[in-house]
Design a protein around this ligand. Structure first.
Ligand code: UDP
Ligand code: MG
Length: 330
């Protein structure tokens, strides 16, 4: 049994928002006349989120729950949801209603017109703080200038994807998952659906600046090797400058005699070159670390248990089942 529309919702400690979300989404998808499922992925919540979803699931056969064995991060949780989804179209949504459910109507309309991807595009970022707007703007500028697959600075994970686009995305099993980049990478016919992003309905954001910084590093290292290659040119330029400077010093010594070299200039050269070398090593480390994680081939997430899935789909059986292993066994 498959459905027309799967709504995939990663949740981490969202006990205040889950019921509001279901109440807001249900009338809209019902009005569209589609067979649908709402898949919650509990990303290791420590509050009552999973219990609340289970409670809702008992009264509403459209609701399904996947519980991960711990917090794997939003990208992994989203991947789990996409893996378990059966819809002919899939829409990942945040539970805090920052992705307005009313937009689903237009997304579905675009899909029926033949688009594979209808992505929500924020027309303004008024609900974000000034710092977040500036840092996000900077990130997209850097990302788009060095990655071959530009992403819309105002698009998030909120988008409708056809089954073809979802399956294409799921082929990419990398461990460092930057979903927005993966969605862009697969291509397909896509169209923007503009909207104003409201503030969170309840609870607090699950992302601090340290998490966002690492998310940005994941994004850039996943889609560009420019930071690795730049050092050839930095090194080349420094070598050229050094050569010119050497010529100047030799000429000075020959013409004006021996000069006592300055402490200040020496220190500056040592410190600057030291810093440049450490930075380049650090960047190599960022890539090497990620390569190390990739080579271990650990599963992207582990499922603890599931609820609400039809028996044929409920493959977890309350065990710690890595979804990749399940796929391989099929
Ligand atoms: N989330 C998650 N795992 C995490 C962090 C966040 O599943 O490790 C979920 C969270 O519950 C929410 C969505 O991802 O449904 C978006 O998070 P949030 O609203 O905190 O992000 P923001 O809108 O502030 O960027
Ligand atoms: Mg949010």
């Amino acid at each position: 049994m498959t459905v027309d529309l799967s709504i995939v919702v990663p949740v981490l400690n969202e006990q205040e928002s889950v019921a509001c979300f279901v109440d807001a989404v249900t009338p809209i998808v019902e009005s569209l006349g589609l067979r649908y499922e709402i898949i919650f992925i509990d990303d290791g919540s420590t509050d009552a989120t999973a219990d609340i979803v289970c409670g809702l699931q008992r009264n509403d056969p459209h609701i399904r729950l996947i519980r991960l064995s711990r917090n794997f991060g939003k990208e992994a949780a989203l991947t789990a949801g996409l893996d378990f989804s059966t819809g002919a179209a899939v829409v990942p949504m945040d539970v805090d209603l920052q992705d307005p459910p009313s937009l689903l109507c237009e997304m579905v309309a675009r899909w029926r017109e033949g688009y594979d991807i209808a992505f929500g595009q924020r027309v303004e970022r008024r609900s974000d703080t000034g710092t977040k707007r500036v840092t996000a703007g900077l990130f997209y500028r850097v990302f788009n200038s060095i990655s071959g697959h530009p992403i819309d600075a105002n698009a998030g994970d909120f988008r409708l994807m056809s089954r073809a686009a979802v399956d294409a995305t799921l082929v990419l099993r990398e461990r460092n998952r930057f979903m927005k980049g993966l969605f862009a990478w697969v291509g397909f016919r896509s169209i923007a659906v503009p909207y104003e992003r409201p503030a969170r309905v309840a609870g607090t954001t699950k992302f601090n600046y340290w998490k966002l910084w690492n998310f940005a590093l994941d994004g850039i290292t996943s889609f560009s090797t420019a930071p690795l290659k730049i050092w050839t040119y930095v090194g080349g330029s420094v070598a050229l400058i050094a050569l010119i400077y050497t010529a100047v010093i030799v000429a000075q010594t020959l013409i004006f005699g021996r000069d006592v070299p300055g402490y200040a200039s020496l220190m500056v050269v040592i410190l600057v070159l030291g810093a440049v070398q450490l930075m380049s090593l650090g960047i190599i480390g960022e890539y090497l670390g990620r390569m190390y994680m990739e080579t271990k081939q650990r599963p992207i997430y582990l499922v603890k248990d599931t609820a609400g899935f039809p028996p044929s789909q409920d493959r977890a059986d309350g065990q710690f089942v890595p979804r990749d292993a399940v796929r391989a066994a099929e």
